[in-house]
Design a protein around this ligand. Sequence first.
Ligand code: AMP
Ligand code: ZN
Length: 463
Amino acid sequence: MALKLYNTLSREKEEFKPLEEGRVKMYSCGQTIYDDVHIGNARAYVVWDTLRRYLEYKGYSVRHVQNITDVGHLTDDGDQGEDKVEKRANELGLEPMELVETQIQRYFEDTQSLNIERQNIVPRATGHINEMIYYIKEIIQNGYAYEAEGSVYFDVEAFAEDYPYGEMAKKDVEQLKSEAQARVDHDDNKRNQFDFALWINADKNHAMKWESPWSEGYPGWHLECSVMSQKYLGAEFDIHAGGKDHIFPHHPNERAQAFAASGKGQSKYWIHNEFIRVEGEKMSKSKGNFYTVRELLQEGFSGDSIRLYINSAHYRSETDFSKNGIEKAEKELKKLRKAYKLSDGEGLETEAEALEKEFLEFMDDDLNTPKAKQALLKFAGKVNSRGEASEQAGMTLRKLSKVLGVDIKTPVSAREASMADMLLDVRDNAREEGDYKLSDFIRDQLEELGFEVEDSDEKSKWY
Ligand code: AMP
Ligand code: ZN
């Protein structure tokens, strides 16, 4: 069966065929590293990690590159405003790299808690300034960029004569021109207001700046992704992912730079995840209406349940954030874990095979994770009401859950398991003797530690 992915370039679900058999090269636009990972960022990273896991499950070897933006992303997403990292560092009285160092550490902790595998390469923008300068030189040489007052701009009009520009956003150049012209913050250095900066001449007080042939300055935000993706994946690769906000201007600009420098358009498939909103409003760091992963973990939600919650919606559907949704996912996890634990008996082999086939069909259909999850839950329900299934069936359930990013093997060590067994023995004795105070106490304590206790007339069980 073939995987189909919705390609934003064609606005259609297309059959996925990698450029090189058996290998997938994939790039995704990662965190601007000045604050903690919020639930919206988490959605993006979970979706791409799920895609990577699914590709690996299907037998591909995957090279996944996801950048860290530590310079160049300005507060208005265009060429105006302050550098987000530098602005936050100033507010905190830190060196920009001091802030970045702390945030990178926190970023890996947060993403790890959601079982997001560390990408094969996690390049940082500040580590690739030389390559960026070289890339800009190529673009100038090819006639698609010009210098003005120490800054360098991409010449959209010249480019659009030779290559497609508005394709991804489904906007023609005239439309973009009038939109840009309508903006109040005109930049007199630009030939056209829709031109965008490749290199920005830094003013005196700017902290992060580098020597270049044009000025002491810093790179434009879009540039880093063209440069680092080409360096690690080549001028043409398979999948480029990002949040929906990147459909314009970030991705068309990345792609234009790539065409302008190398004659090739970067990626074959462009996929974009929808946003998570909060009470119908756009969630953004600047609005302050965002939940960080860290806060949610501190409130007691588990990383596994947040992960399953995110995968409970299709990546191209807009969702409204809800803590109830995470609680529901926690219950679903319990159901899956219970089924896995009960799979040390017999039966449901044929059903497990059918489950895997169904799971595959759903995931092949543009990663339909909500339906794939439902199929797992339905199967777990069967195991739980039967009270047993074969080891093989349990292994299938565990393998498929892992594709969605959750491990349903009860995360307890052998020592913890035997302690829980012992406590349950004590509790069963207490119940026999009518000491319900003690038996309730033991149950409550076990449940506090995450063990679900199921009473039975013979011997109680925990999950
Ligand atoms: P940023 O740190 O703003 O550069 O964002 C990092 C990644 O998260 C980008 O790929 C964004 O498109 C994505 N992203 C940001 N906010 C949201 C959101 N609310 N929902 C989904 N994805 C988001
Ligand atoms: Zn990017």
